[in-house]
Write a protein that binds this ligand. Structure first.
Ligand SMILES: O=[N+]([O-])c1ccc(O[C@@H]2O[C@H](CO)[C@@H](O[C@@H]3O[C@H](CO)[C@@H](O[C@@H]4O[C@H](CO)[C@@H](O)[C@H](O)[C@H]4O)[C@H](O)[C@H]3O)[C@H](O)[C@H]2O)cc1
Ligand SMILES: [Mg+2]
Length: 362
């Protein structure tokens, strides 16, 4: 902890491979009979993804991973990064149903969230030699921009903001490099949403005391947009910000002019194939997606610290069973791959397509 590195927190570090995801991929590959597809699938084990802490029960696992990364670093004389997603706000995923979480505001959720953050901090404190990079709360602040007409979102607004600021402050104390989730080009990149988005993110940053370890924003988490599209996907309907680089280049100056010199991470984990959606708002298990550009700090933009894989491809976005709890009709749409299990569960057929359609090829 102490003071942050001035530049890109990824520089000079190795990224720790998630044992959780590696185990999922091992099991998936074992179920593939075609030898060439199996071989490609096994390559995915070597690609770093973010580790999602979507329930408080997983917080002790962070200590396990940090210990492993610390020991590897000492053995190999390298410095490791562990990439995590903080994802347990009360009334989570307020505009959808598929990823509703374990905590409810009505059931002391704000205090339970503080305890969840405290448990993460406890693990992180044990291993100061391992760098932690965290994406903070996918979808939540983006929903504050476009879904205040949804009762569950407007009802959650004050707690979302307070709890997010709490998380930023607490994680800053233990030197976690943080990127707030900022939706994607097809969400906040519309002209109508851009300025309000910049205003909210800058406000949260300042209300948290401009924490020195808050590095910026993460975009396209669990979405399918290209960083640089060769041509606008028809679903972008003339939006000038038709891919993530346009969105980021439009947003960055609005943030810095309000005192938030944000840098970016861009999820490309499921962005290998373009023009696969009927509407830009399609987000659930979009059929025919492929693994995308591999994680790299060679991003071609001074705004972007790294291309990353945040949503682990193969973990489901939401169930397609209309009688199941957390069923969201977006997962029943024509563009959604069916049948699909509950959010976070392994979706074998979807994973096999991600491997098949990977671009660049595996
Ligand atoms: O023509 N125009 O000028 C014009 C102007 C404005 C327009 O309106 C915009 O339309 C956009 C869609 O085009 C909407 O964006 C969608 O909003 C959804 C939330 O409401 C997001 O869903 C989340 O997705 C996450 C994964 O990304 C899931 O994890 C999460 O569970 C799930 O809830 C979609 O991604 C996102 O694509 C905007 O709100 C809306 O303001 C439209 C046209
Ligand atoms: Mg989701």
């Amino acid at each position: 902890s102490g003071t942050p590195t001035t530049g890109n927190p990824y520089t000079g570090h190795e990224i720790y491979l998630s044992p959780y995801y590696a185990a999922e991929v091992d099991t998936a590959a074992a179920a593939i009979s075609d030898s060439s597809l199996k071989a490609k699938a096994l390559k995915v084990k070597e690609i770093p993804t973010f580790i999602w802490f979507d329930i408080v029960a997983k917080t002790p696992d962070l200590g396990t991973y940090l210990k492993d990364a610390s020991e590897k670093g000492k053995r190999e004389n390298k410095k490791y990064i562990v990439q995590i997603v903080v994802y347990d706000l009360p009334d989570r995923d307020c505009a959808a149903k598929a990823s509703n979480g374990e905590f409810a505001i009505a059931n002391d959720g704000e205090n339970k969230y503080k305890d969840y953050i405290a448990k993460l901090v406890t693990e992180i404190k044990k291993y100061p030699d391992v760098r932690v990079i965290a994406v903070i709360e996918p979808d939540s602040l983006a929903n504050m921009i476009t879904n205040m007409n949804v009762a569950k979102c407007s009802g959650a607004a004050e707690v979302y903001k307070r709890a997010t600021i709490y998380a930023l402050k607490e994680l800053n104390k233990v030197g976690v490099y943080m990127y707030l989730d900022a939706g994607h080009a097809g969400w906040l990149g519309w002209q109508a949403n851009l300025a309000p988005a910049a205003q909210l993110y800058a406000q949260i940053y300042k209300d948290a005391g401009s924490p020195q370890f808050v590095r910026g924003l993460a975009t396209n988490v669990a979405n399918y947009n290209a960083l640089r599209a060769s041509s606008p996907d028809p679903v972008t309907q003339g939006n000038a910000n038709y891919d993530e680089i346009h969105y980021i280049e439009a947003l960055a100056p609005l943030l810095s002019s309000q005192g938030f010199p944000a840098k970016f991470l861009v999820d490309q984990g499921r962005s290998g194939v373009q023009n696969i959606r009927n509407e830009w708002g399609d987000w659930c298990n979009v059929r025919n997606a492929g693994f995308g550009a591999r994680p790299t700090t060679n991003t071609g933009s001074s705004h972007i610290d790294s291309i990353v894989w945040i949503k682990p491809g193969g973990e489901c976005d939401g169930t397609s069973d209309s009688s199941a709890p957390r069923y969201d009709s977006m997962c029943g749409k024509e563009s959604a791959h069916k049948p699909a299990p509950e959010a976070g569960q392994w979706f074998q057929a979807y994973f096999e397509n991600l491997v098949k359609f990977a671009n660049p090829a595996l």
